[in-house]
Unconditional design. Structure first.
Length: 242
């Protein structure tokens, strides 16, 4: 009998109701506002918005308008390049998550790192953390997919296993979990924008996840449900429905 690694989180105060409400909101948006009007262009727009938000969280000063024009700084260019190939990795994330994560880093870091650093952990401790993330993604769990995405994001962001771009990788994997587990198959929610909209809370709760033990993890997952709601509001479907 296998142990559910997230079972202890599922029934914590505020978690079931928070995640159920967010999932319901996402489902309503995708069904009622997007089903008949969804297009590849909307997915591309969501990915671009996500790349911009993730780059800003990583220190970029580029604007979304600059990204639309194909300009902006190096961090933004790296995020955009990664987003263009991200969704193709959804099947691999389900079967070989370590490979999928390594490929994400190889793409996002390709302009600034050498071949010996791309997709490779910084040290033995980082390799152990990556294996832990992979095991979590392969484990059977009763936790909702949104909660899995939140924990994987925080694990990667706080472990910082690669030589660069760790936040961008963490947020990309988070989006990919939502795609691969059927929450948002066409990737129309913009979770990265949700984190940017709540940037102060995002950064403080990541710190709590890293340093605050069980209470810190609880605080992070409660925060993440709010961020996903904000990410749904940032979807291009919202504007299309107005």
């Amino acid at each position: 009998m296998t142990t559910d690694p997230l079972a202890w989180l599922v029934d914590l105060e505020g978690v079931p109701s928070g995640y159920a409400a967010v999932r319901d909101g996402i489902d309503v948006m995708l069904r009622d506002r997007g089903l008949r009007r969804t297009s590849p262009e909307m997915t591309a727009e969501s990915l671009l918005r996500g790349a911009h938000a993730s780059a800003v969280l990583e220190g970029s000063s580029a604007t979304l308008a600059e990204l639309r024009e194909g300009s902006g700084d190096q961090v933004a260019a790296d995020a955009v390049r990664m987003s263009a190939s991200l969704l193709a990795l959804a099947p691999l994330l389900k079967t070989a998550p370590l490979q999928a994560i390594a490929r994400i880093h190889s793409v996002v870091g390709s302009a600034v790192l050498g071949p010996d650093e791309l997709g490779r952990p910084r040290d033995a401790a980082s390799a152990d953390r990556l294996r832990g993330v992979a095991e979590l993604l392969l484990a059977e769990t009763s936790a909702p997919a949104l909660l899995v995405a939140a924990v994987v994001h925080a694990d990667l962001a706080t472990a910082a296993p690669f030589a660069s771009h760790n936040g961008i990788v963490a947020r990309a994997v988070e989006r990919l979990v939502l795609v691969s587990r059927g929450v948002d198959a066409k990737s129309l929610v913009v979770p990265e924008a949700g984190h940017l909209a709540l940037r102060a809370q995002y950064e403080s709760n990541l710190g709590a996840y890293r340093d605050g033990g069980a209470r810190g993890v609880h605080a992070w997952v409660l925060y993440a449900s709010e961020a996903y709601a904000a990410g749904a509001e940032a979807s291009p479907l919202r504007r299309a429905a107005e």
